[in-house]
Design a protein around this ligand. Sequence first.
Ligand SMILES: Cc1ncc(COP(=O)(O)O)c(C=O)c1O
Length: 347
Amino acid sequence: WISSSGSYVNKFEEAFASYCGVKYGVAVCNGTVAIHLALAALGIGKGDEVIIPSFTMIATAFAVCYTGAVPVFVDADKETFNIDVTKIEEKITNRTKAIIPVHIFGNPCNMGKICEIAEKHNLYIIEDAAEAHGAEFDGKKTGSFSDIASFSFFANKNLTTGEGGMVVTDNEEYYKKCKYYKNMCFPVDAPRVYSHENIGFNYRMSNLHAAIGLAQTEKADAYRTMRINNSKIYIEQLSDCPGIIFQKDQPNGLNVHWMNAIIIDPIKYGHTKDELIEHLKINGIDTRLLFVSMHRQESLKKFGCDCSGDYPVTDWLSKNGFYLPSASGLKAEQISYICEIIRKFKK
Ligand SMILES: Cc1ncc(COP(=O)(O)O)c(C=O)c1O
């Protein structure tokens, strides 16, 4: 029962889907394959185009490539860092099949506007909610706005199983397809026979991981509060420091602040991002860089994506931004120490 046949897999699926406010969950081994599974269940493949933000983790794009479809990029919004909803429609062609909004750093996208566009153009929505467990838009949880949504439970996420992922959906047909494809296209709820009608994947999550996931889900709101409180301290102590820019919360949204990213205006702050990162390192504070734009990825160019055009907001974020320590268990004194170092370094 340590394999995926153990009872914790179902328990975790039910608990996490219910936390998201949807009917069904299918646990998988990471957040990247969760996106792929969702796309496969929706029948997206060769000849199709899928709209994704240029500012995202590469997993969003790779998952589209795995299906044979082509990711098409839309720049980020300068305030929320999410996909710029005013620029989506200009990228829609007669090949477009789906939009993948990504709730960047736990900040929900403007799902009202995205649902409106998807309905108008008859497109699927797959929320990439890898970073946004428990985030809300208009009082509804992320993961509940799309045909199928995906989550990651990687070690640094607000909820974690070490490695892990899940798709969630309200649609029974998609749910059954996800279960089927995830397990090598063995028949679902039928005796195991070794004839396979379709190409499937082994994306199963083990019972051990699911047991951790269930325990994490029971504490989901507590972890959410810890991240939100940490981010409040950063914002309170740094937002009046010239040249330090924070992500703005999506109006009508609840940002769960997976990561505390800051963007440096080197003229106002007096140092570049790299100088500040180095200074923090000398003081024992580790940081991480932000994503590099999808249109600058050699892998995606080789795959055949259209990487021409400008994505100025994404480039600005990558060039000037980085993550401050963001773990749930950070103590207020530790955050104050980090903020003090940043404030004192300002020229
Ligand atoms: C937006 C986004 N999508 C997908 C993933 C992939 O998740 P995983 O690392 O579990 O494969 C991540 C991981 O950090 C992510 O940030």
